[in-house]
Design a protein around this ligand. Structure first.
Ligand SMILES: NC(=O)c1ccc[n+]([C@@H]2O[C@H](COP(=O)([O-])OP(=O)(O)OC[C@H]3O[C@@H](n4cnc5c(N)ncnc54)[C@H](OP(=O)(O)O)[C@@H]3O)[C@@H](O)[C@H]2O)c1
Length: 286
């Protein structure tokens, strides 16, 4: 796969109940801007249906990624191989396509991975022509095992100025094996925009970490640009899937990247600050 460095993260359009009309505009402008990666999941509410409907005849212009493991919703994981296969079949119907380019196990545990039958289910889907590649989406020791077992083509993992565990733990072995790496939550949810601790638990860890990290650049106009360029400058990262609900973000985010990779001294300052402030509890966040 030849992927654009900027991809589209499909969780927010589902969870925030964005209209089909807005999603059509959003994806239309993203594709026009040169984006060719769309990531979604079986449990992001109606995200798959919205994407399938919006893509229509432009399906062949994108690499379509989805996930499996929570066919009945995020809180109801079901790792039985039969459930994974029926979830993948349902994703094809929802996405209005005969195959997806990548199917990912949606953050199953290390114990589940070790059993092996969840991986075999994805391989069966590949044999049936439903998916081109198989991947693991997750963090920490489970992600490390997924790399080492040698059966996955890709790793989707959290990488940002507020989430750097993967840089030491999983990216070096993933690079060695030539795996495709997808950075999820690449802007750390822009958690620094909230003056007080946000009520939404999903944002709270990054908000607290960013408070402690207190990067000077977060106070200036280039905060989003620096955060995104950091993620994309990490060796081994192929694409960063930014979540958004706003059609104008694509051109804007693509423009932020025109300056290229972050200069090495700036990268090193962000890395050094992380090493100085973080502790063992600052693990990769799901
Ligand atoms: N376990 C998993 O597999 C897993 C877990 C989490 C996430 N993911 C994937 O990763 C994707 C991205 O994660 P995410 O959406 O949580 O985090 P993210 O991409 O780090 O942050 C998304 C937030 O950034 C804002 N944003 C984007 N561009 C901006 C800009 N130029 N200026 C200011 N704000 C901007 C968006 O707000 P606006 O709507 O205002 O643009 C949105 O609230 C998800 O959609 C999903 O596909 C996977």
């Amino acid at each position: 796969m030849e992927t654009s460095i900027l991809g589209f993260g499909g969780s927010e359009i589902g969870y925030q109940r964005i209209s089909a009309r807005t999603v059509a505009r959003l994806l239309g402008s993203a594709l026009d801007a040169g984006l060719n990666v769309i990531d979604t999941a079986e449990c992001y509410e109606n995200s798959e249906q919205l994407i399938g409907k919006a893509l229509g005849a432009r399906r062949s212009q994108v690499h379509l990624f989805t996930k499996c493991g929570h066919g009945g919703g995020w809180s109801r994981a079901d790792w039985r191989p039969s459930a994974l296969l029926s979830s993948i079949e349902r994703s094809l119907r929802r996405l209005a396509t005969d195959h997806v380019d990548l199917i990912q196990l949606h953050s199953c545990s290390l114990a589940q991975l070790r059993k092996g039958d969840v991986i075999a289910a994805l391989e069966r889907a590949r044999e049936r022509g439903w998916v081109r590649y198989v991947g693991y989406s997750g963090d920490g020791e489970a992600a490390r095992y997924a790399i080492q077992c040698g059966r996955f083509d890709t790793l989707q993992t959290s990488i940002s100025i507020a989430d750097q565990q993967a840089l030491d733990l999983t990216l070096p072995p993933a690079r060695e094996r030539g795996m495709g790496v997808i950075a999820k939550r690449p802007l750390a949810n822009v958690a620094w925009r909230y003056p007080r601790k946000p009520a939404e638990p999903y944002y709270q860890d990054y908000w607290s970490r960013l408070r402690a990290l207190d990067y000077g650049f977060l106070k200036g106009d280039a905060a989003v640009a620096t955060a995104l360029r950091f993620t994309l400058s990490v060796p081994g990262v192929h694409t960063a899937i930014v979540g958004t609900t706003k059609p104008d973000r694509w051109q804007a985010n693509a423009a932020l990247l025109s300056a290229g990779a972050l200069p090495a001294p700036e990268m090193e300052r962000i890395r050094a600050r992380w090493r100085q402030v973080s502790d063992a509890s600052w693990e990769g966040q799901t």
